[in-house]
Design a protein around this ligand. Structure first.
Ligand SMILES: [Zn+2]
Length: 570
């Protein structure tokens, strides 16, 4: 009996690693580490919606249901770096589970504080415990986990990975990284520290796998310096505008450097780049003399050829500073003829290529010269190492097991193949779908259970969820419009289908479709006569009429708009 109890105890005391996001959609990264009664979380990011399939959705966040159910076990949230797909969902998690202690670098702390300034998250300002935790901090022990940060290089300063000691062994959560021998701002990655962990024996390496599909050598951030200088010289005597990802502190630094060497002053415009700019100045990452910068409101008074504008709008966002400029709706900046507009970012992140092109079209019609990845090399370098970097880290760490993170299914498979090609067993590389897990017991890993996760849609204006039913309706309406049937009811409650009215929007033009409307009214009469025109269970009758009309319309025009059947008393 005693033996049984002990073995039962052993079953519950196993290490479980469960990515809740960041393994199928690239972004909304969140990984749960669980042992007995303790959970620590690494990263909590947002995802970006498919604008065609998810109309009106601003961002996606991870499904927190598992964490809500196990909230009593959560000991802390550790953040690797300040990109939105790693920290953007923190306020939403804290809305549901307050009081989670947060461990992050100073830069990430500032970024979170700036999020807590927003009205919807203001209450989090006082109640959230932000602990400064970076590679120079000591270890932190939380229940069964002891965590230590180590420096990695990525496209945002103060990025770190975590060495996590567990009763099962040492884990290395690398975060996002690349081996850049000549970074623009920070020191290159200290590979010696990673090698040392390898010597201690690592049970599992959790590695970025985004660029596992690339066999090309990893490009250095400093490669961009030459590009900027060349373009800025070409733009002499002209208005000059650069748009970039708002969190790109080192990119911003490079543009300002190039501006200074060409005798131009700098104007920063757009909410998110202004936020990053002020945080980067506060922390000393952008330490140019004050008189280099010109406030947006004063920029129009100065000769335009003496300025460089850094604007939001790299993904073609409608309300961004560049978006407004392209529609002549920017109050403080006017696009001059022959201006040069440089898009210095990822050439086509999924879902944004069409909106970006619409924006570049407008700029070209306004006589601007648009420089983007399609016409100029070296306008962007990825912050993620290519396959060779992943192989090098794997050889240094020499772990028993691997879990690739931060990629799609295709990229996880490319990572697994890469590990196979340098002599590791592919069976020891676990490709986890969202909610899937790997369990470690007695130093042996096996595929664990998978919990169901849902897509969680967010409206950022109200910081609230949008139901999937609403998103489905919006998609259907944007595809095929809406078809409303209004059926009158007499005082005794009897439906009068012969007097029905039909209203449509975005489906057909009623005046041109009288015959279809006539037939549709007939279909309503038929549907009701089949089921009796007096019923107490109106909602089930309404659903049946809706599905009859849906079938009818699909047969007649091959389309399925959103159908609403409504009754009004006479
Ligand atoms: Zn990142």
């Amino acid at each position: 009996m005693k033996e049984n109890i002990r073995s039962l105890g052993n079953i519950t005391k196993k290490l479980i690693i469960r990515p809740i996001g960041g393994t199928e959609d690239v972004n909304k990264t969140l990984t749960v580490y669980e042992y007995g009664d303790d959970i620590i979380i690494v990263d909590c990011g947002i995802g970006f919606p498919d604008i065609f399939e998810m109309p009106g959705v601003d961002i996606l966040i991870p499904d927190f249901s598992y964490l809500e159910k196990n909230s009593h076990k959560i000991r802390g949230l550790f953040l690797t770096h300040g990109h939105e797909d790693h920290i953007g969902a923190v306020p939403y998690l804290l809305q549901r589970i307050p009081d989670i202690p947060i461990y992050s670098s100073g830069l990430v702390q500032e970024m979170l504080r700036s999020k807590f300034e927003e009205k919807s998250f203001n209450h989090l300002k006082e109640q959230t415990k932000l602990n400064l935790f970076n590679p120079t901090s000591g270890e932190v022990t939380l229940g069964n986990f002891t965590i230590k940060g180590f420096r990695v290089f990525h496209s945002i300063p103060e990025s770190q990975g975590f060495a996590i000691k567990t009763p099962e062994g040492l884990l290395l959560h690398m975060g996002e990284y690349k081996i850049d021998p000549k970074p623009a701002m920070e020191k290159p990655m200290n590979l010696g520290i990673i090698e040392n962990y390898g010597k201690q024996g690592v049970l599992c390496l959790l590695s970025d796998c985004l660029m596992a599909i690339s066999n090309k050598p990893t490009k250095s951030e400093s490669d961009l310096d030459k590009t900027y200088l060349g373009l800025f010289k070409k733009a002499e005597g002209r208005q000059l505008i650069v748009t970039m990802i708002s969190s790109s502190i080192s990119r911003m630094h490079q543009v300002i450097n190039a501006a200074v060497s060409c005798g131009r002053k700098v104007v920063v415009s757009g909410r998110s780049v202004e936020h990053t700019f002020s945080i980067a100045r506060k922390l000393g990452y952008i330490s140019f003399p004050k008189d280099i910068f010109v406030p947006e409101k004063e920029a129009s008074k100065l000769p335009q050829e003496n300025l460089v504008y850094i604007l939001t709008g790299i993904y073609g966002q409608y309300s961004s500073s560049l978006g407004r400029l392209s529609r002549n709706e920017n109050r403080d900046i006017t696009l001059k003829k022959n201006a040069m507009v440089i898009f210095s970012g990822d050439p086509a992140p999924p879902g944004t290529d069409i909106t970006v092109e619409k924006l570049t079209d407008k700029l070209i019609l306004l006589d601007a010269e648009v420089i983007h990845g399609g016409v100029c090399d070296n306008l962007h370098v990825s912050g993620h190492g290519a396959r060779k970097d992943m192989e090098r880290i794997a050889k240094l760490v020499n772990p028993k097991y691997f879990i690739p993170l931060g990629g799609s299914i295709t990229r996880m498979r490319a990572y697994r193949d890469a590990m196979g090609s340098i002599g590791f067993s592919k069976n020891n590389v676990f490709e986890c779908l969202e909610g899937g897990s790997v369990e470690f017991s007695g130093g042996i890993a096996k595929k664990g259970s998978r919990i169901e996760t849902q897509q969680v849609y967010i409206n950022t204006k109200t910081a609230s969820k949008i139901s999937s039913v609403v998103v489905d309706d919006r998609e259907k309406m944007s595809d095929s419009g809406i078809f409303v049937v209004v059926i009158p009811r007499d005082r005794s409650g009897r439906l009068l289908p012969n007097k029905s009215e039909i209203v449509t929007r975005g489906f057909i033009y009623v005046k041109d479709s009288k015959e279809l409307i006539r037939k549709a009214k007939k279909a309503v009469v038929k549907s009701i006569s089949k089921r009796g025109n007096k019923t107490k269970d109106w909602s089930s009758l309404r659903r049946r009429i809706e599905s009859d009309i849906q079938r009818f319309l699909y047969k007649e025009v091959g389309d399925s708009p959103v159908i609403i059947v409504h009754t009004v008393g006479l």
